[in-house]
Unconditional design. Structure first.
Length: 117
């Protein structure tokens, strides 16, 4: 089970940190990720990180502004967001992909991020 937190209302240029806590066993997890869904749009990939190796991947739209990290001991995955833009406004979801699976199948509830002046 995944629990996301940290969303809120911020102004353009501000920073915000999202956190996702995993409960239960995590030894079968290959990767964790953050996805987002803006109003009226499909859910899209933002960033992923492999659970053991810490290899990261970012969407072009957030590259250089967002940083994903994980803490294996705490079983958390964070998304540090800098230089937020109005177009970053979305519901943000954390998700997990297990070994042997081709997609992210375990999803947490969304946390809303609104960037507005």
């Amino acid at each position: 089970q995944l629990q996301a937190s940290g969303g809120g209302l911020v102004q353009p240029g501000d920073s915000l940190r999202l956190s996702c806590a995993a409960s239960g066993r995590t030894d079968g997890i290959l990767a964790m990720g953050w996805f987002r869904q803006a109003p009226g749009k499909e859910r899209e990939f933002a960033a992923t990180i492999t659970w053991n190796g810490g290899v990261t991947s970012y969407a072009d739209s957030v590259l250089g502004r967002f940083t994903i990290s994980r803490d294996i001991a705490k079983k958390t995955v964070d998304l540090q967001m800098y230089s937020l833009r109005p177009e970053d406004t979305a519901d943000y979801y954390c998700a997990a992909r297990r070994y042997g699976r081709s997609r992210f199948e375990i999803w947490g509830q969304g946390t809303q991020v609104t960037v507005s002046s």
